[in-house]
Design a protein around this ligand. Structure first.
Ligand code: IPM
Ligand code: MG
Length: 360
């Protein structure tokens, strides 16, 4: 039985990194009988340019009809002047909300091969293996009221951080279930000393633990402290569960433990749909130069194989192939440090070669 993937390269380096990820899928089709089929569609600035909409209707239909979505990145200076609903980011937030992708898994794993690539001391980051579980379709990103209003002689900008109990319950369950497959520890990050929304968040997380996951260890941390602890002693963390904005910020911070934001994949999962994307942006400064690190996207393909396509064995193989090219000393410029510097396509080819060898 074949599987259908909607592929949304998007903007900037999104185009080049997704191309490498598709090469990997191609090798899996030929060497391991995967039977993946895909169709490309537009999102972000690319969606605006081609269809006047950062989340075009055609893309929406395709995504709804597929087994999984693979996304590159969105955004760029070219579209910054547009009205908010037409900007690339509106397309990304649009598809996340439309597909109900409330749970965003962002694993930050430090590879021994890249210890030197981190700006932190090797002994601080060696062995770090954190899973940030970020709530993705609510919180201050989506809360109402929002906007910029006239008030007296000046304007006021407004956003609302809001969570309902059921929104917290489902992300808490996601985090506890994930922890059971790891070392059974969850740290919930909030700002309950100041924000009511965090007070409700914390109470709800505690209730779900006590009633449904009594075996999982739960701790709580204020977000400012969590930001500090992540660089002071990152190995204390296993699963971190947090809201949309805090998760956005902390996952970028966690990526720096690994040496490069170009290494972090993600999975965004809802009740019906799932989307896979690197956590980094469209990097307009290096777009089109064949310099980007495709590994976060290739590792996102591994997550897709594991969580959406029921191919855990192939996911293991893709991850092993990534480790093998790192063992060989291959590095894109974001990771370089006295090793073999390769291009984006060079890195993709190297991963494919490893997979081909495994296929025999
Ligand atoms: C991410 C990105 C997005 C976000 C932007 C591009 C809207 O930073 O996926 O982390 O803030 O969620
Ligand atoms: Mg971000």
């Amino acid at each position: 039985m074949s599987v259908n993937i909607t592929v949304l390269p998007g903007d900037g380096i999104g185009q080049e990194i997704v191309r490498e990820a598709l090469k990997v899928l191609d090798v899996l089709n030929r060497g391991f009988d995967l039977k993946a089929e895909w169709e490309e569609a537009a999102i972000g600035g690319d969606g605006y340019d081609r269809a006047g909409d950062p989340y075009p209707e055609e893309t929406r239909k395709l995504a709804h009809a597929s087994d999984a979505v693979l996304l590159g990145a969105v955004g760029g200076a070219k579209w910054e002047g547009l009205a908010k609903p037409l900007r690339p980011e509106a397309g990304l937030l649009g598809i996340r909300a439309d597909l109900g992708l409330f749970a965003n898994y962002r694993p930050a794993k430090v590879y021994d091969q890249l210890l030197e690539a981190s700006t932190l001391k090797p002994e601080v980051v060696q062995g770090v293996d954190i899973l940030v579980v970020r709530e993705l379709v609510s919180g201050v990103y989506f809360g109402q009221p929002r906007g910029i209003v006239q008030e007296g002689g000046q304007r006021r900008g407004i956003n609302t951080m809001s969570y309902t109990e059921s929104e917290v319950e489902r992300i808490a369950r996601t985090a506890f279930a994930a922890a059971r497959l790891r070392s059974n520890r969850v740290c919930s990050v909030d700002k309950a000393n100041v924000l009511e929304v965090s007070e409700l968040w914390r109470e709800t997380v505690i209730r779900i633990k006590e009633t449904e996951f009594p075996d999982v260890e739960l701790t709580h941390m204020y977000v400012d402290n969590a930001a500090m602890q992540l660089i002071r002693n990152p190995k204390q963390f296993d699963v971190m569960v947090t809201g949309n904005l805090f998760g956005d910020i902390l996952s970028d911070e966690a990526s720096m433990l690994t040496g490069s934001i170009g290494m972090l994949p993600s999975a965004s999962i809802g009740d019906k749909y799932a989307m896979y994307e690197p956590i980094h942006g469209s990097a307009p400064d290096i777009a089109g130069q064949n310099k980007a690190n495709p590994l976060a996207t290739i590792l996102s393909v591994a997550m897709m194989l594991r969580y959406s396509l029921d191919q855990a064995g192939l996911a293991d193989k893709v991850e092993a192939a990534v480790e093998a090219v790192l063992d060989d000393g291959l590095r894109t410029p974001d990771l370089a440090g006295g090793s073999k510097v390769v291009s984006c396509s060079g890195m993709g080819d190297a991963v494919c070669e490893k997979l081909q060898v495994m296929a025999g």
